[in-house]
Design a protein around this ligand. Structure first.
Ligand code: DLL
Length: 435
């Protein structure tokens, strides 16, 4: 094991000691936010709180939640806790300007984030002898930059491939002998299929491990990928708001993801009432970033539903574990690794003069998401020629591609042909069976 990033004293720390560390960091962080983020200070004041009321982890439940809507309303600088001159980087979620989340990083934030990713790479057996192929997207998305930084810290030879261009991925993988692959699980599956089509067998590559995350995936998919690439496939979790990947990672035991809880304090709440639930119960995951300087979110509601469990793992780590996210408490979909809200589709339809009668159909064919949008024509937007319909569909495809960053198949359908619902409209039919 690479000594430096198996941070044994932290990763195997007894619970009481971890709690004391978290308490100390929490108090400092609450003070930092109170002093520098007027918006969060006013949320605390509304609850009659001052930093003196938070004396440790036991007082965490008193603090107000932050939601994605708060981040959107405060876009771009409202939650910034450091002068811009101290910030060196932004990353951002995919999505419309309205839904975009921009996260800021100081150099120290980047360092700690990369440390978390380095722990993840180390946990799957990565050392300076490895060749780490990073095929997550680079740019605003956190996947590429996060794993790239972690790979450097571990000392692997890093191949900063970004996603796409599968022929080139395979050429580098083979010619340079990549041993660790980092990408979304669906892209890993696709690379596996392409290798097979090209006549390679799993033993022809040098890969030993994959670090896959950013979207839901099943145990079946894990087995498929392991078989097609001849590797062990590990999960990794994170979100832009909490820096990116590396908030939690799987170890060789492949039995849930260890949360880097010296940096991210996790809670599970009832998504309807906000009540904190005991460990072991299923609910919404909430994170408090204990060490982030520029964008230090307190009690951020992730909307991911999962279960937390504590106990010594076979790997020796004591860090609390989270299950794979089992769903979301909002309507966000993750399609080909991109976060998409139905409201974004609706916004495109309205701006193009359609009514909001539409249905999104998701499926997974050969481990790749299919994304279809059925849209009702309106009397104003009625086409009765094939050519006219195709042109109108193309226009909508382009507008949606522009808004979302991924391309749907759009099908214009006859007015009133999408079933009306008496209660909540059924906007999304997800046949992917991901959970
Ligand atoms: O997906 C960060 C990331 C990059 C994680 C690379 C892992 C690897 P966002 O684009 O902000 O950030 O999306 C965050 O993706 O709230 C989850 O719903 C989902 N998600 C992330 N990792 C997993 C995973 C990145 N391992 C949202 N399993 C989160 C299931 C995941 N869902």
């Amino acid at each position: 094991m690479s000594k430096q990033y198996y941070q044994k004293e932290i990763e195997t720390m007894p619970y009481e000691q971890m709690r004391a560390l978290q308490s100390e960091r929490l108090c400092r962080q609450v003070r930092h936010v109170w002093d520098n983020v007027p918006y969060y200070r006013s949320l605390m004041e509304e609850k009659g709180l001052t930093p003196d009321d938070i004396r440790g982890v036991e007082d965490l439940h008193k603090l107000p939640f932050l939601k994605k809507d708060d981040l959107r309303d405060q876009y771009p600088y409202g939650l910034l806790a450091k002068p811009l001159s101290d910030c060196v980087r932004i990353q951002s979620t995919s999505g419309t300007t309205g839904r975009r989340v921009v996260a800021f990083y100081t150099q120290n934030d980047v360092d700690l984030w990369e440390d978390c990713c380095a722990r993840a790479i180390t946990a799957v057996g990565g050392t300076r002898e490895d060749v780490c192929q990073v095929a997550y997207g680079y740019g605003l998305f956190t996947g590429g930059p996060g794993l790239n930084g972690g790979s450097h810290k571990v000392g692997c030879l890093t191949l900063p491939m970004s996603s796409g261009n599968t022929d080139r991925q395979i050429q580098f993988m083979m010619d340079l002998g990549a041993t660790i692959l980092c990408c979304t699980p669906s892209y890993a599956a696709y690379i596996g299929e392409t290798l097979k089509e090209k006549g390679y067998k799993p033993e022809d590559n040098k890969l030993k491990a994959g670090i896959f995350g950013a979207e839901p995936w099943t145990e079946e998919m894990r087995r498929d990928i392991e078989k097609s690439l001849g590797i062990k496939a590990y999960d990794i979790y994170g979100l832009t708001e909490t820096s990116g990947p590396g908030v939690a990672f799987e170890c060789e035991d492949q039995s849930g993801m260890h949360i880097n809880e010296d940096h991210f304090l996790a809670e599970i709440i009832d998504p309807d009432t906000g009540e904190v639930l005991p460990e072991g119960e299923k609910g919404e995951l909430v994170f408090t970033a204990l060490t982030k300087e520029a964008f230090p979110l307190l009690r951020y509601r992730t909307r991911d539903i999962c279960v937390l469990t504590r106990g010594k793992c076979a790997c020796g780590r004591t860090l609390i574990k989270m299950t794979k996210p089992m769903g979301r408490s909002d309507d966000m979909m993750i399609i080909r690794g991109v976060n998409v809200f139905p409201s974004q589709i609706e916004a495109v339809l309205l701006s193009e003069g359609y009514s909001p009668n539409y249905q999104i159909v998701l499926d997974r064919v050969n481990n790749t998401d299919t994304f279809d949008v059925n849209v009702e024509m309106t009397p104003d937007r009625f086409c009765d020629t094939v050519k006219g319909t195709q042109e109108a569909e193309k226009k909508l495809v382009n507008a949606m591609l522009n808004m979302l960053g991924i391309r749907p198949n759009v099908h214009l359908v006859a007015p009133k042909s999408i079933a009306r619902s008496e209660g909540k409209a059924v906007r999304v039919i997800d046949k992917r069976k991901l959970h």
